[in-house]
Design a protein around this ligand. Structure first.
Ligand code: ATP
Length: 269
């Protein structure tokens, strides 16, 4: 049993799945898939979503790659490498600085050059409808600061990906069809691989590359911090709902609708 007063972020996905004794809104199993980089990649790949190549060993690194820790860390402790040698060098620096503990399991992924975009969805198991409720980008230090230094003076500056805030974004309209297609395919695939599948909020996170094609490096199977931008609704929620609607309120509406139709079992796990 998880001690009273413990924060969910301190608990971890596995403990939530097995030891959290009260029903929760959302899918516990999917949280576990979210926290395991291999399972996460499998779900996105099977959804037909383009994902960056991953490398099973540092020896395979033959292009610019981003090295990550397992689990959601808000970009903390990530670094870039473009060869097995630069991987070892950077890893040593990170360990020396105390940012990385020796022996930590790392996940290595191709670095996709493009602009990062976070797509905030809500899926209702009651109506079986998918809603895009917001789009954002994150403000990350130091990677978003490097352009502020003249290129001749950038040597030795190591980009880091620590999130300090979120910035609202409206996508070019022609991209929306593909956004919905990806979201729908993700919902279908999650229902097949991790039943009962998606319940409520989730976020597909990636980069639009030079051809404005989306490559997803991540998903979150839950409400994400960037939804705080839209407490009074977003340009997207405004197209679906007449009243200002935050992601939190959308969850409340779903729970109320489930209670009214005696369908709580469809939204709780
Ligand atoms: P969260 O806490 O939101 O789950 P996280 O710690 O899992 O975040 P990611 O979302 O995987 O971290 O990545 C953090 C940042 O690193 C991204 O916002 C993006 O700027 C950058 N990033 C991650 N993967 C890639 C990639 N494959 N190519 C380019 N940039 C990437």
């Amino acid at each position: 049993m998880i001690p009273h007063g413990t924060l969910i972020s301190e608990v971890g996905a596995e403990a939530i799945e097995k030891g959290f004794g009260v029903p929760i809104f959302g899918s516990r199993k999917l949280l576990n898939w979210e926290s395991d980089r291999q399972l996460k990649e499998k779900l996105m790949k099977e959804s037909g979503i383009r994902t960056p190549r991953s490398f099973s060993s540092p020896k395979e690194i033959n292009t610019l790659a981003i090295v990550k820790l397992h689990g959601a860390r808000g970009g903390q402790g990530y670094f870039l490498a473009d060869s097995p040698t630069s991987f070892q060098e950077k890893k040593r620096i990170m360990e020396k600085k105390g940012i990385l503990k020796k022996g930590t399991t790392l996940y290595i992924q191709e670095y996709v050059v493009g602009v990062p975009v976070y797509l905030q969805f809500f899926y209702s198991p009651l109506t079986r409808e998918l809603e895009l409720l917001g789009v954002e980008r994150r403000y990350e230090t130091t990677v978003d600061a490097i352009g502020r230094i003249p290129s001749q003076m950038q040597e030795g500056v190591m980009p880091s990906y620590v999130v300090v805030g979120n910035i609202p974004l409206v996508l070019r309209e022609s991209l929306l069809e593909e956004v919905y297609r990806m979201g729908e395919e993700f919902v279908r695939t999650a229902a097949r691989l991790v039943p009962p599948g998606v319940i409520g909020p989730f976020c597909i996170e990636g980069v639009y590359d030079e051809n404005a094609e989306f490559v997803a490096f991540e998903f979150s199977a839950r409400i994400v911090a960037g939804t705080n931008l839209y407490i009074l609704g977003s340009p997207y929620s405004g197209l679906i709902y007449e009243k200002p609607l935050s992601m939190g309120r959308r969850i409340a509406v779903e729970i109320k609708n489930a209670m009214r139709s005696s369908s709580l079992a469809k939204v709780l796990t």
